[in-house]
Design a protein around this ligand. Structure first.
Ligand SMILES: C[S@@+](CC[C@H](N)C(=O)[O-])C[C@H]1O[C@@H](n2cnc3c(N)ncnc32)[C@H](O)[C@@H]1O
Length: 316
């Protein structure tokens, strides 16, 4: 059993008392065990010693991570908030500014510049049904829903995520958050957008395979920012693309492997989108880091692709 699985089981099974042993932390964080023990003992965070092994309570985990990052010279990253967002008094903007101050937001959530772009895109193409794969803590969800609100649309953002607890794992996850679904729901409520957002704590594969159980109308705007393995992203594209209406949009996040470290959306763009006459493609650079986004318009059904997506166990 992997350490992450073990941790998730511990969290979900409410084993709140003892959470990590220093050995678990070593495996999870890939930091020398003696550095871990030093922090646990020096900061008086260790709770129990069983058979010579030091354990730490779940409640102390965040303190421990703060101390560990400090000792390793690793700092939390935050996106710079543009003045216009800071000065905007709409509840969604106020909520986003607050979310951008949380430790786990950067770099996993989209930046304010990318969010602004998504919101403006929604305002212009006016989709009714938006489907988002990869909500994380709800930053992109709020940007998308803010676009709907701005144009007075009754549309909905359907946001799918596994909503697993966020555990600090470098290089991406720095902060720690249990129950991201609750956090996302509270944020959407604070943003006064609850009527435009529906969350699904599901694997995107399950939603894609039984889409009619979840959506009664076609998707007009699909935002893919979920499983970033080549296979995961490819499967998401193949499962959901047939349900995007002709004329609808598909936005892929993280299209520049050089900057984001993921190969998946690039694979889809180069292997399928660019080769098909049935898509319009616009690749845009993004700030503050050029992870990049692709805006794809579905011009017609691509029968070859459709056939492929209908095969069971879509493989690469
Ligand atoms: C980069 S984060 C999304 C960030 C978010 N779009 C934002 O900008 O605020 C990727 C998310 O995809 C989710 N994810 C990964 N694989 C998934 C799957 N198979 N089904 C559903 N969600 C998945 C992860 O749980 C994670 O929250």
């Amino acid at each position: 059993m992997s350490i992450i699985t073990k941790i998730l089981i511990m969290i979900f099974s409410q084993q709140k008392e003892v959470l990590f042993s220093s050995k678990d932390l070593y495996q999870l964080l890939k930091v020398e065990q003696e550095d871990i023990i030093k922090i646990l003992t020096e900061k008086e965070l260790e709770q129990q010693s069983i058979n010579g092994e030091v354990y730490i309570k779940k409640d102390d985990f965040e303190n421990f991570i703060n101390e560990l990052w400090l000792s390793l010279g690793i700092s939390y990253q935050y996106y710079e908030i543009p003045e216009h967002l800071k000065n905007c008094t709409s509840p969604w903007a106020v909520t986003l500014v607050k979310m951008y101050q949380d430790k786990f937001t950067c770099p996993d959530s989209i930046s304010p510049e990318q969010g602004d772009f998504l919101r403006a895109l929604v305002c212009n193409v006016a989709p009714k049904n938006i489907l988002e794969i990869g909500c994380f803590t709800g930053v992109s969800t709020i940007w998308l829903a803010a676009g709907l609100k701005q144009i007075g649309s009754q549309g909905t953002v359907h946001s799918v995520d596994l909503f697993n607890d966020i555990i600090p794992l470098l290089p991406h996850h720095r902060g720690y958050l249990t129950n991201p679904l609750e956090y996302a729901q509270k944020s959407v409520d604070a943003a006064q957008l609850s009527h435009q957002v529906k969350f699904y704590k599901k694997n995107s594969k399950e939603v894609g395979e039984k889409i009619h159980e979840f959506l009664s109308e076609p998707i007009d705007f699909l935002f893919i920012d979920g499983d970033h393995t080549v296979e995961g992203c490819f499967n998401d594209f193949m499962l959901f693309y047939p349900h995007v209406s002709v004329g609808g949009y598909i936005v892929l996040h993280d299209i520049n492997p050089k900057y984001c470290g993921w190969d998946d959306p690039r694979y889809i763009i180069d292997k399928f989108i660019k080769k098909s006459p049935h898509f319009d493609l616009l690749e845009i650079r993004t700030n503050p880091v050029n992870y990049g986004m692709a805006v794809i318009r579905k011009l017609a059904e691509d029968r070859t692709l459709l056939l492929r997506s209908q095969l069971t166990n879509v493989g690469i």
